[in-house]
Design a protein around this ligand. Structure first.
Ligand SMILES: [Zn+2]
Ligand SMILES: [Zn+2]
Length: 385
C-alpha cells in the first residue's frame, strides 16, 4: 500500500531503509527531510520495546539538552496519559506546581496536508514566571531544518499523538518519524501562522471586560461579547493561576487604552477590578502572594479580553461569574489574609477556598440573583463540564 511522501505528499512505497517509518517519493525528498530526520532515525527501532503495552512513544524536546529524543509515556484507555509520569519529563516531580498548555495540530501548514491524527504538544504554560530558558532541542531541530525563523519556545515540550481528530478522545498512539516531520514543521511556522485549527478566519467568542474609562467615558457595558479570530495573540498568552485552580482556564489580552480617556487625570479611569484580581499571585512561597502583578495594579489595569483556553466560546455569563468570583469573593479574602480589612483568615485557608466547587457555587448564586432581577438570558446560563 502506498503512503504519502513525508515531504511532498506524493504516494510512494519507499520507506527510509533505517527506521522504515517515514516514506519518500525520491532521493530529493529524502534529502530534504534528512537534517531533522537523522536526529531520531537511528533510535526509532532501538526503543521499539515498550516498558509495557500501556506506554506510548512520544517525542521530548528537552529544555537544555541538544537532541530531541523518544520517550515512553504511560497512558490509559479513556483517561489519556498519566500526568504524574509526564511531569517528570516536564522538568518537575511535582505536577501541581506548574500549569501545562496544549496545542493540538491537525494540519501541516507548511506542506499543506491534513493529518489523520492529532499531534498534541504539551508545554509549560507559566514559563515567563518560571524564567525558563529557550528550548535548546527545538533550536537544534529547527536549525537542522535550516529555519531562519524560530518562535522563542521556552521550557520542555512533549509531542504526543492523540488518535483521530477528536482531541478529547484520549486514545494515544505511538509517534512515528512522519509525525516528527509534522511536529517540526509546526514548530517552525508557529509564529507565522494562525493557531492551525483549519480555517484561518474562524472566530470564537470572547468577552471584553471594560475598565472604568471605557465604561464611563465611552459608554460601554462592563462585559461585552466580542468575536476573536483564532490567530489573535490572546490565544498565546499565559493562563492566570486562579482560573486554572477553579478549572475554568482562560487567557487574557490587555487592550491599549482608548484615546478618549488615555491621558485623563480622572481618578480610577484604568480601574478594572476583575482584571486586577484575576491576576493575583497564588504561589504561597512568593513574597508577592495575594497581590496583583504590577501590570494589573488598579491604576493601570485597563480593559481586557478574556477567552477560554479550551478554544470554545465564552459567554458573558461565564465571564461575569469569573469576574464576580475574583472581584467580590477572592479580593476580600486576599485582603483579609494580608491584614487589610476585617476578615481574619490565613493564606492557606484562602488557597483552600479557590476550588471548582466554590466557583460553581458562586456562578449558581449569581444566576439566581440575576433571574430574580428579571435577566431572562441567565435562564440557560451554565459552566462547561
Ligand atoms: Zn516527495
Ligand atoms: Zn529513517
Amino acid at each position: 500500500m502506498a503512503s504519502p511522501c513525508a515531504i511532498c505528499n506524493a504516494p510512494t512505497t519507499s520507506p527510509c531503509p533505517t527506521c522504515e517509518s517515514a516514506y519518500y517519493c525520491s532521493i530529493e525528498c529524502a534529502e530534504a527531510d534528512r537534517p531533522s530526520h537523522v536526529l531520531l532515525c537511528s533510535t526509532y527501532k532501538i526503543v521499539i520495546n515498550k516498558p509495557s503495552s500501556s506506554f506510548r512513544r512520544a517525542i521530548l524536546f528537552h529544555a537544555e539538552d541538544w537532541d530531541p529524543i523518544f520517550i515512553w509515556v504511560k497512558c490509559s484507555v479513556g483517561s489519556g496519559y498519566d500526568f504524574k509520569h509526564l511531569a517528570e519529563y516536564m522538568g518537575s516531580n511535582d505536577h501541581t506546581n506548574f500549569v501545562t498548555g496544549h496545542i493540538n495540530i491537525q494540519r501541516n501548514p507548511l506542506r499543506n496536508r491534513a493529518l489523520c491524527d492529532t499531534i498534541e504538544i504539551i508545554y509549560r504554560e507559566n514559563t515567563s514566571v518560571d524564567g525558563l530558558e529557550q528550548n535548546q532541542s527545538v533550536v537544534r531541530a529547527l536549525r537542522a531544518a535550516l529555519s531562519p525563523h524560530i518562535y522563542d519556545w521556552k521550557g520542555p515540550l512533549v509531542a504526543m499523538k492523540n488518535g483521530g481528530l477528536n482531541k478529547d478522545s484520549h486514545v494515544y498512539l505511538d509517534m512515528d518519524m512522519k509525525d516528527l516531520r509534522d511536529t517540526i514543521d509546526y514548530l517552525e511556522v508557529y509564529d507565522r501562522s494562525p493557531l492551525n485549527r483549519g480555517d484561518v478566519t474562524e472566530k470564537v467568542q470572547g468577552v471584553r471586560i471594560n475598565c472604568k474609562g471605557d465604561q464611563i467615558i465611552c459608554g460601554q457595558d462592563q462585559y461585552v461579547a466580542v468575536n476573536v479570530p483564532r490567530e489573535h495573540p490572546v490565544f498565546r498568552s499565559a493562563i492566570p493561576s486562579i482560573s486554572h485552580l477553579i478549572e475554568f482556564p482562560v487567557r487574557v489580552y490587555r487592550y491599549k487604552p482608548d484615546q478618549a480617556w488615555k491621558d485623563s487625570k480622572r481618578n480610577g479611569i484604568y480601574r478594572n477590578s476583575p482584571a486586577t484580581f484575576l491576576h493575583v499571585e497564588t504561589n504561597l512561597t512568593s513574597g508577592l502572594w495575594g497581590r496583583p502583578p504590577e501590570l494589573y495594579y488598579p491604576m493601570r489595569a485597563g480593559s481586557i479580553l478574556v477567552v477560554r483556553s479550551d478554544g470554545e466560546d465564552m459567554t458573558i455569563h461565564q465571564a461575569e461569574a469569573l469576574g464576580h468570583f475574583v472581584q467580590f469573593k477572592m479580593r476580600r479574602m486576599f485582603a483579609g489574609a494580608l491584614g487589610f480589612g476585617s476578615v481574619g483568615i490565613t493564606s492557606e485557608a484562602v488557597m483552600a477556598y479557590i476550588t471548582p466547587a466554590n466557583f460553581r457555587k458562586r456562578f449558581a448564586k449569581l444566576r439566581t440573583r440575576r433571574l430574580a432581577s428579571g435577566y431572562e438570558e441567565w435562564r440557560n446560563a451554565s459552566l462547561p463540564g
